[in-house]
Design a protein around this ligand. Structure first.
Ligand code: AMP
Ligand code: MG
Length: 405
């Protein structure tokens, strides 16, 4: 199956229904519904300066050489409504930064351009235009205006806007729960000392971290040996937990002890949608669903499992969160050397990026290594994509790199 067709399969999964969370718990969470402003922000016309609220036309013509006089009819204390005062011809009122403009005022003159002649009179040395030094009601958000879209990962400034609008109970997409099982007779938990012939489980840890990074909640279920009944039992438990996604790494190809495909086929209501995808690394990937629950059989090689996660699992987690795409930034880079590639599979080459001079694209240097190695990924900044029908890239050729952070 082509990676494009694989991505299309993700569209059959529905976003998780949002739940209400207190605003202070919303940082980094995904918004579960579009938000409109319930009221104007700010709710009233405000001054952006310390000075005098004026009728702009009363200041026209004022200059250093020909000052004008205004009558000060009062002061608007901070936190008080400006509506208690109304300016007439040639009148002004003392106001502070953030203060509410009195009736009739349409601008604010900075205190620096004025001088008190007596308690009730100022001389002004500058004209101000209507709207100068004023934030209008609704300048931030007008009542009913869109504020934030569903699927947005909430940043500190977003929480600030919501607080300003008085929205303290927020619809949030729950974190999709992602069960992670590693299978392999050769695997031991990372805190164990492997006997001869055994290796430590890498995938449970890297996949759990990728899940967290993508906005999901990992549920690591540990290591099991390549035994059909054990794998079947553990998968059933996970689906009943219930989880939204199950990642089973190892055993997805066609070796003598590779049972993932048979296990998935044996689960009740489980339909296998893909077995093998034309990407490198990551070909032996299995994808199945049971209702709105997704099951992935990931290749065991550490780098393959991570690349397949990037390409397919990450977008699915985001889909459950109501967010579009994979959420990774892409840049164009220039290859530092020839990068050969075989026709027939879309290839994702691990690359390190090096900044160049101003106006120049960064260079992408391939980091080669077998997909069973984790070090090339540790050294990589991103994945450079080579199209299926491309025989590779020349030195200095432009290519797209998906950043890994
Ligand atoms: P498999 O997909 O089961 O054929 O495994 C392919 C390779 O990846 C084998 O060399 C496995 O030992 C290795 N492998 C499988 N699972 C893991 C894991 N969880 N952590 C590290 N290596 C693994
Ligand atoms: Mg295996």
């Amino acid at each position: 199956m082509s990676p494009q067709n694989f991505i299309e399969l993700l569209e059959s999964f529905a976003a998780l229904p949002p739940q209400t969370f207190p605003l202070e718990e919303a940082l980094g969470r995904f918004l579960g519904a579009d938000i409109q402003a319930p009221e104007d922000l700010p709710p009233f016309k405000r001054s952006t300066m310390d000075g005098f609220a004026v009728r702009a036309k009363d200041t026209f013509g004022a200059s250093e050489s020909e000052p004008l006089f205004l009558k000060v009819i009062g002061e608007i204390p901070m936190g008080a409504s400006g509506d208690t005062l109304a300016l007439g011809l040639g009148e002004c009122a003392t106001i502070w930064t953030g203060g509410s403009l009195p009736q009739g005022a349409d601008a604010v003159l900075m205190v620096e351009y004025s001088k008190h002649l007596d308690e009730r009179t100022i001389e002004i040395y500058r004209a101000v235009a209507p709207g100068e030094n004023v934030i209008q009601a609704g300048d931030d958000f007008q009542k009913g205006a869109p504020v934030l879209k569903r699927g947005r990962c909430l940043a500190p400034q977003d929480l600030g806007a919501l607080a300003g609008l008085g929205l303290t109970r927020i619809p949030i997409a729950p974190r999709p729960v992602v069960a992670i099982i590693s299978t392999g007779d050769e695997l031991v938990a990372p805190d164990k000392t492997p006997q001869a012939g055994k290796i430590r489980d890498i995938n449970s840890t890297s996949l759990a971290a990728l899940v967290t990074e993508a906005g999901g909640r990992p549920l690591p279920l540990g290591v099991i040996s390549d035994e059909f009944s054990l794998m079947q039992e553990r998968c059933l438990e996970a689906l009943e937990a219930p989880v939204d996604i199950l990642l089973l790494s190892g055993g997805s190809s066609v070796g003598r002890r590779d049972f993932t495909l048979e296990v998935f086929k044996s689960l009740p209501n489980c339909t296998v949608m893909a077995h093998g995808v034309a990407v490198r690394p990551g070909k032996p990937t299995i994808f199945a669903h049971s209702g709105n629950q997704a099951l992935f059989g990931l290749p065991g090689h550490a780098a393959s499992a991570m690349v397949v996660f990037e390409l397919f699992v990450r977008p699915l987690i985001r889909r459950f969160l109501g967010a579009a795409g994979d959420g990774r930034r892409r840049i164009t880079a220039q290859t530092s050397q020839v990068i050969p590639s075989a026709i027939g599979r879309e290839e994702y080459v691990r690359v390190a990026l090096e900044e160049q001079g101003p106006g120049e694209k960064p260079t992408a240097r391939p980091i080669y290594g077998k997909s069973g190695l984790i070090r090339p990924l540790v050294a990589a900044d991103g994945l450079l994509k080579i199209d299926r029908d491309c025989e590779g890239l020349d030195q200095g050729e432009t290519a797209q790199v998906r950043l890994l952070n």
